[in-house]
Every structure is written in C-alpha cells, then in structure tokens.
Design a protein around this ligand. Structure first.
Ligand SMILES: [Zn+2]
Length: 178
C-alpha cells in the first residue's frame, strides 16, 4: 500500500474563470435579444423572450407590459407569415448511395391533387416505382428533379413553376474516404 501523495492538494486551486458572455439570439428577428427593440417584430420578440427566458426578460426589460409594446409597422413587413402559409410543392432529392437517388414530392394535396393518381402518373412518366407515403408525399425511386417541374406544371392545372421548390439532400461524404 502506498499512500504517496494521492491527494495532491494545492496543485490547482481552481482558478476563477470569468463566465463567458453568452449572447442569446432571438429566434423571431434573429438578432441578439438586446437588439430586439430595433426590430419590426418587437412585440413578438419580447413575447417569445418572456416565454423562453423570463430572467433575461426581466433583466432587459424589467416588468414591461407587453400590451404596451407596438410593432413599428404592420402590414408590409408581415410578409413572413404569408410566405410560410403559401403552399408549395417541395421536391426533395435524397441521395441514397453514391449513385442512387430517391425523390420525395410533398405538398401536392394543397393543389387538390389526388396523391395516388399523381404517384401513378409520376411512375409512368419517369419509369420509376412510386408510392404515396405519409399524409401528403409521393416517393419516387430515382432522381426526377430534372423534369419534375415541367411534368407537374404541364400535367396539373394550377401548379406553376414558382410553386415548386427543389431541395437536394446529398449524402455527406465520409471522412475516411480517400
Ligand atoms: Zn427579436
């Protein structure tokens, strides 16, 4: 048994490390909460802050009454909510392996399209197997992104080019491939 110097006291009296300043960003206006007062969404910002971090709210704003906060301008800037509401068809190309892709088409429902019919039409057009998955998605084997816009816009009335968004989800290259 050796009771050397197991307890190495004095070696490192814990130094006082100043706490790093953590800047919290406001998810509403994307600026640090300190700057929310300059944003056009002040009221939303503060409402969010109050829910998320009441302490910080108190620190920055004391007992501010949210009902008294007015956003600077109203209509023009509220675009954001409108945009998110606007329905869009999102075509996602998913890379499965190096050469294999699948494509996911979501959002057709909002255009009044029967998903089963769409799936059939797509599989016919692209000679791929296609199926309805979930509530509002058609999944196709292969990469259909090249022609899907033309196909959808010509096949279905009411779909415009601008309604379709294409997203590429590529497989992340492995670190150890060389
Ligand atoms: Zn904010």
């Amino acid at each position: 048994m050796s009771d050397d110097e197991h307890q190495s006291e004095g070696e490192g009296a814990p130094m006082e490390i100043p706490e790093p300043v953590v800047v919290k960003y406001c998810p509403v206006c994307t600026m640090p909460y300190e700057y929310c007062e300059f944003s056009n969404t002040k009221k939303q910002c503060y409402t969010r802050l109050k829910e998320d971090d009441p302490d910080l709210f108190a620190e920055l704003l004391g007992d501010l009454n949210l009902d008294e906060v007015q956003d600077k301008k109203k209509p023009a800037q509220v675009k954001f909510t409108e945009d998110t509401k606007k329905s869009a068809i999102v075509v996602t190309r998913i890379q499965r392996t190096k050469k294999k892709f699948a494509s996911n088409i979501a959002g057709l429902k909002a255009f009044g399209i029967d998903l089963k019919k769409a799936s059939k039409a797509i599989s016919g057009r692209f000679a791929a197997s296609s199926s309805v998955v979930g509530d509002d998605e058609v999944q196709v084997t292969g990469d259909v992104t090249v022609d899907i816009v033309d196909f959808l816009t010509s096949k279905f009335d009411g779909i415009k080019k601008e309604d379709i968004k294409i997203v590429f989800k590529n497989k992340k290259p492995k670190a150890d491939t060389s």
